[in-house]
Design a protein around this ligand. Structure first.
Ligand code: ATP
Ligand code: MG
Length: 226
């Protein structure tokens, strides 16, 4: 297992948003976090790489309490892509190279563009000129440029048109097929959960109510009206 959450709770103001959440992720492949809007999925995802800290409970990353791991180091290994792409000023190449450059590492921009299904011609394009679908693929390339062992995707297709949605889903399938990577994929869409596949958890009102394969999770999500 890569991550183990043990009895994790998180408050937001007066409200308890996650309640006694416990689960383990597999070594690689796709781990789905499924649940209706407002159930706590984004709150949960942000705990994986210390963008937020739990109020109670323990999170282990490869057997180590994540509180003992430097957040910047953790985030190099555990990358995240959000719902809406937020490019840095500059070209696609500069965006993709940003992380590795800070570390003094080389980056194969052409290879990364190919991996996310973008033509190498995009390298010199200004990032703010991209369509939302192209920008989201660039954001994934930027995360992959650090060679993470875990990639957290928080509803990465919700701002995209249907063709771009499929492109990202195909990319997820290609990534887990080729690389030794764990993808934690958040979704509230039953059809997407079925298409992505893998295994995971269903959360509702901040509690894990089900752990199963993607098809079963989608059935349960439908039943609770997600
Ligand atoms: N900063 C905050 N202050 C107060 N409440 C918050 C805050 N952030 C989130 N919440 C509440 O916490 C709950 C869980 O929010 P969260 O964003 O994790 O849900 P979600 O499952 O990701 O929803 P969605 O599918 O709409 O993205 C919601 O009820 C939300 O209103
Ligand atoms: Mg969310």
């Amino acid at each position: 297992m890569v991550f183990a959450f043990k009895d994790v709770s998180k408050n937001r103001g007066e409200k308890t948003v996650l309640r006694g959440v416990s689960f383990e992720t597999p070594e690689s492949g796709v781990f789905m976090i499924v649940g209706p809007s407002g159930s706590g999925k984004s709150t949960l995802l942000r705990l994986f790489n210390r963008l937020d800290e739990p109020d109670r409970g323990t999170i282990l990353y490869r057997g180590r309490d994540i509180r003992s791991i430097n957040p910047r180091r953790l985030r190099r290994e555990v990358g995240i892509v959000f719902q809406t792409p937020a490019p840095l000023p500059g070209t696609v190449e500069e965006n993709i190279g940003f992380g590795p450059k800070q570390l003094g590492n080389d980056v194969d921009v052409a290879g990364l563009l190919r991996q996310v299904g973008l033509s190498v011609d995009f390298a010199g394009v200004m990032a703010d000129e991209l369509s939302v679908g192209e920008a989201q693929r660039m954001m994934i390339a930027r995360a992959l440029a650090l060679r993470p062992s875990v990639l957290l995707l928080d509803e990465p297709t919700s701002a995209l048109d249907p063709a771009s949605v499929r492109a990202i889903e195909t990319l997820v399938h290609n990534l887990v097929r080729k690389d030794e990577i764990l993808i934690v994929f958040v979704s509230h869409l039953t059809e997407q959960v079925r298409r992505i596949g893998g295994e995971g958890i269903l959360i509702d009102s901040g509690r894990v109510i089900y752990r199963d394969g993607a098809d079963k999770l989608a059935d349960m999500l439908e039943r609770i009206g997600g």
